[in-house]
Design a protein around this ligand. Structure first.
Ligand SMILES: Cc1cc2nc3c(=O)[nH]c(=O)nc-3n(C[C@H](O)[C@H](O)[C@H](O)COP(=O)(O)OP(=O)(O)OC[C@H]3O[C@@H](n4cnc5c(N)ncnc54)[C@H](O)[C@@H]3O)c2cc1C
Length: 434
């Protein structure tokens, strides 16, 4: 009999874990309190990182990024736009990072190419014409809505159970062991209990709060680092444009469908559900983005959104820019004398496949059920929906038929935040422009 596993959270991490475990033959159920991409996986830049952004200071995250950049492009090509990325130096200070950047990329096996200013400006006519150095890197754009939907559909075909709009409100505890979860259907208010051999806490920015409040487990120390992104309703580049310097505020412009997403900021929040965006950050982002692409200053910011990075805290260091983008698995039987539950924290959407593989290996060892992960070879399922099969598919995913239709037929003018999360539409907000 296969082990029964419950995964909490269907962001990129939980969805990939669900697919990984289901493909190994585990009996897995994923429980998500909201809808698809309701968490950070729907409030990010949209980059499938090459790793170059982290190559200077965070080699492991950089190496994992380039590895998964190749794998995810192969298994989920329908959600990737291979834009490529440019790193641009605009002044002498930026130029001083050249050596560190080149070495870091070499050490992380990230293929980069130094290109002439002339070629760069021909390729990207809106680039600041006083640019001093340009590198091309294999950054890509990823549509996380498609990515996560396809992970869940693939897992579903591998016999996983998917419960959306269902919240884990408590745990079933027997002595020092977790035996399952108590859930509430957020549509109907109905509550029920689900038993499992192991519970995997993959609830992103909510991970430490959930198990601290319900179980008194305090071993997961996280930095909840929020970041705001400003969106301009025009696309000006083929490539993702990055500033050549250590990761800092306002140093990325991502062409997403027909929009330009300018990111980002980093500020610490206490609660991923309750925080305010500083409106001045919107003007700051536009100004910082327009240093790389001056034309951005001529267009209004149409909306903004913010997400919370679930980062691992490291010692006394609470500078979230310096915190690693690496991930960590917590076995609570070791850290907190509480069996039947493990947590995974940190990482990036771009490294979700490696995170899932590592925790899948860990679970196999723990449950004495060793299996190999093949998720680097399994092409994710992206169905052609028609009027005949849409009803059945929606039912199997517990999704509204109209919603499923909309998500599988996403139109190019929309971004995640526009359609699916609480983005604030600035066109109708006078306060910023008066
Ligand atoms: C500003 C910003 C920009 C970023 N840009 C990039 C980028 O360009 N590329 C990249 O690769 N990464 C990027 N990241 C990082 C990336 O977005 C995150 O690392 C990733 O999305 C985290 O995925 P996750 O599944 O761990 O968390 P989430 O996507 O937040 O998923 C956790 C899920 O758990 C659910 N949940 C919580 N509590 C419960 C409960 N009690 N019961 C049931 N469900 C629950 C939540 O609803 C949520 O859907 C960015 C992050 C930020 C903040």
């Amino acid at each position: 009999m296969s082990n029964k596993i419950i995964v909490i959270g269907a962001g990129a991490t939980g969805s990939f874990i669900t697919h990984d475990l289901a493909s190994r033959g585990f009996d897995v159920t994923v429980i998500e309190k909201g809808n698809i991409i309701g968490g950070t996986s729907g409030r990010f830049h949209g980059m499938l990182h090459s790793g170059a952004r982290y190559a200077m200071n965070d080699v492991k995250a950089a190496q994992e990024s380039i590895l998964d950049n190749k794998v995810i492009s192969d298994i989920a090509s329908f959600c990737i736009e291979n834009t490529g990325g440019l790193f641009v130096a605009l002044n002498d200070e930026d130029l001083s990072f050249q050596g560190k950047f080149e070495n870091g990329c070499k050490q992380s096996n990230i293929p980069i190419e130094s290109i002439s200013i002339e070629t760069a400006l021909k390729d990207e006519p809106f680039l600041n014409s006083s640019v001093k150095a340009v590198y091309r890197v294999p950054d890509k754009v990823i549509n996380s809505f498609r990515f996560i939907t396809s992970l869940l559909l693939t897992a579903k075909r591998e016999s996983a159970k998917i419960m959306l709009n269902t919240e884990v409100i408590d745990f079933i505890k027997e002595g020092n062991d977790i035996k399952g979860v108590k859930v509430k259907n957020n549509n109907t208010g109905e509550t029920s209990e689900l038993k499992a051999d192991l519970v995997v806490n993959a609830s992103g920015a909510w991970a430490s709060k959930l198990i601290d409040e319900k179980l008194g487990i305090k071993s997961i120390e996280m930095i909840l680092s929020a970041g705001t992104m400003a969106v301009i309703n025009r696309r000006f580049t083929k490539h993702i444009i990055n500033r050549l310097r250590e990761p800092s505020d306002g140093d990325i412009v991502v062409p997403f469908f027909n929009d330009s997403i300018i990111g980002t900021t980093a500020f610490i929040v206490d609660d991923p559900d309750k925080f305010d965006v500083d409106k001045e950050d919107i003007g700051f982002l536009q100004k910082a983005g327009s240093e790389m692409l001056p034309i951005l200053a001529n267009y209004p910011v149409s909306r903004y959104y913010a997400g919370v990075r679930p980062l691992i805290a490291a010692g006394e260091n609470d500078d979230s820019r310096k915190a690693s983008r690496d991930f960590k698995i917590f076995d609570h039987s070791v850290t907190d004398n509480m069996g039947g539950i493990i947590s995974i924290v940190g990482g990036k959407l771009s490294t979700s496949r490696i995170m899932a593989k590592d925790i899948g290996d860990f679970i196999g060892d723990k449950l004495g059920n060793k299996t190999e992960s093949n998720t680097d070879k399994i092409k994710l399922y992206w169905p052609r929906v028609n009027s005949q099969n849409i009803g059945e598919m929606a039912k199997s995913l517990s999704l509204d038929k109209g919603f499923l239709y909309e998500m599988l037929n996403e139109s190019t003018g929309k971004t995640y935040s526009d359609m699916y999360s609480n983005a604030i539409d600035l066109l109708y907000s006078r306060e910023l422009f008066n």
